[in-house]
Design a protein. Structure first.
Length: 283
């Protein structure tokens, strides 16, 4: 059982829940940027929560079924069609052999997730089918003509449509200060928490770059590389924050002013360039 990629759009990757626990080997967790959307698409299709799906940046994906199967789309919401006819977001969609599923540009959010009944059965690397764009692990970004094998499928369960995860307007993320907030002035800490930050077009799965007022250091020292986690807010030499995503390096040499709580890091997957992000401190 296979699906054929006829057009991968801007960037389409195979993702599951990643490779946690391998930081001592220099390997980041990677995995789906929006883990909630990945779990949703697998729930709709009756798959295991971490089954491999396609992470599609800004839509424009076209794929063709070579054998009958079921597919679903979650994450960023946009037009979904089968042979040109509209289909529902967040719901299992039957595909017959020869039919084409197409995604349009999302109206809200940035990354859509396309799942298939049984999941995509690409080879595993270090226990995961995820593409790590920084380390070069996992399957290469998809291209025209790629054929993807499918896992053993069951009939999707009868459940309600799942809600869209794409957000418009300002995005608020809970953060905890540290571990290096003492390397910054009190003004810089206040600016981080009070200023609106815009998502830069230079953002990717390694880190979401934000633009706004410069965050000044209280200490000019060079910081030895330290371990970093997803959600770390590292401040580069130009005073601008970078929030680490799933493909982040396992260590970093810039001081980390704060860390986005894990429950909110998925939200950054749907933060489009130009969208405003604010930080809310929690104790």
């Amino acid at each position: 059982m296979t699906l054929v990629i006829e057009s991968p759009g801007l960037l389409t990757l195979v993702q599951d829940l990643g490779r946690p626990g391998l930081g001592h080997l220099g390997v980041s967790p990677s995995g789906a940027f929006d883990r909630s959307a990945l779990r949703q698409v697998n729930l709709v299709l009756g798959n295991e929560p971490g089954a491999a799906a396609l992470e599609v940046l800004r839509g424009e994906l076209v794929l063709r079924a070579e054998t009958p199967t079921w597919v679903a789309v979650t994450g960023a919401a946009g037009p979904v069609t089968v042979d040109g006819d509209p289909r529902a977001y967040g719901r299992a969609i039957p595909l017959q052999a020869g039919q084409r599923l197409a995604l349009g540009a999302p109206a809200a959010g940035l990354r859509s997730y396309v799942g298939v009944a049984g999941g995509f059965a690409v080879p595993e690397e270090l226990g995961s089918r995820s593409t790590d764009t920084l380390a070069g692990l996992g399957p290469a970004p998809l291209k025209d003509g790629d054929r993807l094998a499918l896992g053993a499928a069951t009939h999707p369960p009868d459940i309600e449509d799942v809600p869209t995860l794409g957000r418009t307007g300002e995005l608020t993320l809970d953060v905890m200060l540290g571990p290096r907030d003492d390397w910054f002035t009190t003004t810089a800490v206040r600016r981080l928490l009070e200023s609106p930050w815009q998502v830069s077009p230079a953002s990717d799965r390694v880190g979401v770059r934000l633009t706004g007022p410069a965050l000044e250091r209280a200490r000019p020292d060079e910081l030895p590389s330290e371990p970093c986690v997803r959600g770390s807010i590292q401040v580069s030499a130009d005073g601008q924050p970078i929030v680490f995503g799933p493909d982040h390096p396992v260590t970093g040499g810039y001081p980390v002013l704060a860390v986005v709580l894990n429950r909110h890091t998925d939200r950054l997957a749907q933060a489009a360039p130009g969208q405003v992000v604010r930080f809310s401190r929690v104790s």
